[in-house]
Design a protein around this ligand. Structure first.
Ligand code: SAH
Length: 373
């Protein structure tokens, strides 16, 4: 079939439940067809309409003519010695994104990307060095779960290998709001992947107005990338802080939490040696976090080529954690997983056809450094 013919088809992975119902009504079918087809797609992970055997031949033909189930294609799959899996997924237009699965004894977490690259330029994140290309479509976001579930043999409602999804891959999810919200609804829908609300987590660098919008649009867990207890330091590490400083961010977190009384907000804090890992930083953090039901996730920095930062030492990490714990705030250290396959936080790079000047400059600087060496 020609490219032109393919492009007019609706990719069913772009539609949430109500979108799917509207699609079938548009085809002159009953709404409940949406349920049948969603079960095939998400529970059985079938993308071939011919295999949807409880649909009549006429409907199967109509679907073949007007629709498709098209997830990103797996370009490369890597499995780490510790069981972590990483998929490089090719997208239309030549870009690629990365998706990571992290198995643990009691759960399996899939880390999903929301954008090709990222425009926020957090100083210690390798995705930032890639620049930004575009938002992912709903199909490209939920398609990551679909591809991983298919590769892992996840059987919804029976053996569940993916128990949690975190929007912590490449990109800032709140800058791709509609597609992320739609994809997260498919993750939680019983006809989709059926995950409990609290097992789907959106992580943001702190877009204050969008946190309030998210509160209205989706009941999911919220994680916030804090990384510094003061505006002066956070301005430097997370430039978005200049627009939405810590006090405003914490207020938005309080509002989000208050709308879900039993929930806690997770704060992420990447420990950078000599930069934000002193005891005074830990004490400053305690003052911020004590006023909101929260937990702290300490992430030892994962280095990448060209970075100026280093990981804090084990002793500093433990001392930092102890100060926070002693003050009565739950604090965990995220164990680095999959670093033999560059699958750890901040190491996801994919392949970004950058549209910004910044990353060209960064690459030039790295090249200069290499030439000088
Ligand atoms: N843009 C969103 C989603 C990214 S989540 C956000 O900022 O929350 C990825 C998490 O890993 C964030 O907390 C991010 O700040 C952190 N991170 C980024 N680069 C890292 C690195 N090199 N080492 C450790 N953590 C890093």
């Amino acid at each position: 079939m020609s490219e032109a013919a393919a492009s007019v088809r609706t990719n069913l992975l772009d539609l949430d439940r109500s979108g799917m119902e509207d699609f079938f009504v548009g085809l002159g079918e009953k709404r409940f067809r949406a349920q049948q087809v969603m079960k095939w797609i998400y529970h059985q992970r079938v993308d071939d309409f011919e295999r949807m055997t409880d649909l009549g031949k006429g409907l199967r033909e109509a679907l073949k003519a007007h629709a498709e189930v098209r997830a990103p294609r797996t370009t490369f799959e890597q499995r780490s010695a510790d069981g972590t899996c990483k998929w490089l997924l090719g997208l239309d237009g030549g870009n690629a994104i990365e998706t990571v699965f992290i198995p643990e004894p009691t759960r399996g977490t899939l880390c999903v990307s929301s954008q090709v690259g990222c425009g926020l330029n957090c100083r210690f994140c390798s995705t930032a060095t890639q620049g930004f290309n575009r938002n992912l479509s709903t199909a490209e976001i939920i398609g990551q779960v679909w591809v991983a579930a298919r590769a892992l043999g996840n059987v919804t409602h029976q053996v569940r290998r993916i128990t949690n999804v975190v929007m912590m891959g490449m990109g800032e999810p709140l800058l791709n709001f509609d597609n992320v919200v739609r994809a997260m609804s498919l993750m939680r829908d019983d006809l989709g992947f059926g995950l409990a609300n609290k097992r789907v987590t959106l992580s943001t660098a702190g877009l204050v107005p969008m946190i309030d919008q998210l509160s209205e649009a989706a009941d999911v867990s919220l994680a916030v990338s804090l990384h510094a207890p003061t505006d002066a330091l956070r301005d430097e590490l997370v430039p978005l802080n200049k627009k939405y400083p810590i006090a405003e961010l914490m207020d938005a977190c309080r509002r989000y939490q208050a709308a879900r009384p039993r929930s806690t907000i997770t704060f992420e804090y990447t420990l950078l040696r000599g930069v934000n890992d002193h005891p005074e930083h830990a004490r400053g953090l305690v003052k911020l976090l004590r006023r909101i039901p929260s937990k702290l996730n300490l992430i030892p920095f994962n280095p990448f080529p060209g970075t100026q930062y280093q990981r804090s030492g084990e002793d500093e990490i433990r001392a930092f954690q102890k100060i926070v714990l002693d003050a009565g705030v739950l604090a965990t250290v995220r164990r680095t997983r999959g670093d033999d396959i560059d699958a750890a936080c901040g190491q996801l790079v994919g392949k970004v056809m950058d549209r910004t000047r910044r990353s060209r400059e960064f690459r030039a600087r790295v090249q200069e450094g290499l030439d000088a060496a």
